[in-house]
Design a protein around this ligand. Structure first.
Ligand code: BGC
Length: 502
């Protein structure tokens, strides 16, 4: 080999070495970045872990807090609000009633005809509208006027279409208002605080029924608010209408909450109220439950502190549809800050609530082999370009961990209620003797439970894990479609005549 040939060969070898070194360096760096992302994932999994042991601690804490909330006003973060609903519909109700349901993302109006004898009610659907975002932070007058004008439109349309409801003297309305309300009777109450992103300050401590009643008078609508209820109470009413074993109701949608029927002697904070040994439905406002056993991550803490209601609704912020998507977004943002596995940091990842929970359900349940739905959502919503399959799988895993934790905590909450009312099959009085397990129906409503099958699956799994298969087989979770809307009309029909207050 001549000098030139030798030089060329040496040059090529050097270039090959340099390329190899560069490639090796890249591979090492990319492995290091991947390891950082995996570390974020592992930390998330660790902190979100909900072993059955931890869930049982949550069950016990829930039952203890329920006792405390019933013992005294302000005795617990669980408000355990009296509802003045002391009888649940039994199917004998008759007449025509209106229902108005204001709770989260939507608002709707409906009319229900009841014919007694547990006959199926006739439901005249339903004007359903999204609540304009600016109304959520406007004034009480704006909100009540808006709702009233929709209600009036609905009633006018019906009257024009020749429906015979106009012969009813004064129309009776059940109002489902799905926020914490301190009831003063079955048909009136004061708003304690807002949740789920609403923030109309002049309405707090105001009388909710009066606000609507004023707008109805202004708009010439001759209607009376005969019942003011929480959505969980409506769900319980519909559950009980169909199946008298229904004693608990849970809503898991934009927000989350539960109610149940409590014995009079257990409601210590308001003993003067009860003249009979009956009882009353208690609106727990469980979204505000807090326990040191809740597996909270730095993402939850940050989400809470940036929310309009810091330190409130901690349980809700770990479970409900309003928040799950935003927890996932925060994890993806952190991963993207730690490394460039998602490409350059997308500004969209810093936009609060951009990743809504239905989107994480869609990614989580993407069953295509190449996770095309995940790609699409990352691209369309978060403006993240094409990422390798292993990164898409990681995104699915984040959705899974966050959703599974929420569903399992909701299950622990339900078992906590069953424990409080002696329906969890555990021994009573400190002995080991099992009490006879009665069939217990839990009515459930809310899009997170009804539309997100993985959430539902994880919740069921956890109920069985905590209760054991035998006991769990006595507990039936029944979906109550439209429970919150129809329930208000049913309760307007069944409205207790009692005007007692506490
Ligand atoms: C409210 C509850 C309601 C639940 C479900 C929570 O944010 O505080 O009153 O029942 O959402 O809609």
């Amino acid at each position: 080999m001549g000098k030139v040939g030798f030089g060329l060969a040496l040059g090529c070898a050097t270039a090959t070495c340099v390329i190899a070194a560069v490639m090796m360096g890249r591979r090492v760096r990319s492995r290091r970045k991947w390891r950082r992302v995996v570390a974020v994932m592992t930390e998330l999994e660790d902190v979100c872990s909900t072993s059955v042991g931890r869930l049982r601690q949550v069950v016990d804490a829930m039952a203890v807090e329920m006792h405390a909330g019933l013992a005294s006003e302000g005795g617990s973060k669980l408000k355990m609000l009296l509802t003045f609903v002391d009888t649940l519909p039994n199917g004998n109700e008759k007449g025509t009633y209106y229902g108005l349901d204001l709770g989260g993302t939507n608002f709707r109006v409906l009319r229900v005809e009841l014919e007694g004898n547990r006959s199926p009610y006739i439901k005249h659907d339903v004007q359903r509208q999204p609540i304009p975002v600016d109304l959520m932070t406007s004034t009480s007058e704006d909100l009540c006027d808006y709702i009233t004008s929709s209600l009036k439109e609905f009633v006018d349309k019906e009257e024009k279409s020749g429906s015979d409801v106009s012969v009813v003297e004064r129309k009776q309305l059940g109002l489902t208002f799905s926020f914490p309300v301190k009831q003063t009777s079955v048909s009136s109450g004061l708003l304690i605080k807002w949740t789920k992103g609403f923030n109309i300050q002049d309405m707090v401590q105001g009388d909710v029924s009066m606000c609507l009643q004023r707008s109805m008078a202004k708009q010439g609508l001759d209607m009376r608010v005969a019942a003011l209820i929480n959505d969980t109470v409506g769900t319980l009413a519909v559950g009980h209408y169909h199946d008298s074993d229904t004693v608990v109701a849970v809503v898991i949608g934009t927000g989350t909450n539960a109610c149940y029927f409590e014995r009079a002697d257990a409601i210590i904070k308001c003993q003067g109220l009860f003249t009979t040994s009956g009882g009353m439905v208690i609106n727990m406002e469980w979204g505000n439950f807090w326990s040191s056993h809740l597996p909270r991550t730095p993402y939850d803490i940050e989400l809470d502190s940036e929310s309009p209601n810091p330190n409130d609704q901690i349980f809700e912020k770990m479970i409900s549809g309003m928040y799950l998507g935003d927890i996932v977004r925060r994890v993806l943002l952190r991963m993207s800050q730690e490394s460039d596995v998602f490409g350059p940091l997308s500004p969209k990842l810093s936009v609060p609530f951009i990743l809504r929970t239905p989107l994480i359900a869609a990614m989580h349940q993407d069953d295509s082999s190449d996770l095309m739905e995940v790609s699409r959502i990352l691209n369309d919503v978060l403006e993240i370009g094409e990422v390798p399959l292993k990164v898409r799988k990681l995104v699915v895993k984040v959705c899974d961990v966050v959703t599974r934790r929420g569903a399992r905590l909701a299950a622990a909450g339900i078992v906590g209620i069953l424990k409080k009312i002696g329906r969890d099959g555990s021994s009573s009085g400190g002995g080991r003797m099992k009490t006879e397990m009665r069939r217990t129906v839990v009515a459930i409503e809310g899009g997170l439970y009804t539309s997100y099958s993985m959430f539902r699956k994880y919740l069921h799994e956890a109920m069985t894990e905590i209760l054991g298969e035998d006991i769990a087989s006595h507990v039936v979770l029944k979906v109550m479609e439209d429970g919150s809307g129809i329930g208000s009309a049913l309760l307007a029909a069944a409205a207790a005549s009692s005007s007692a207050s506490c």
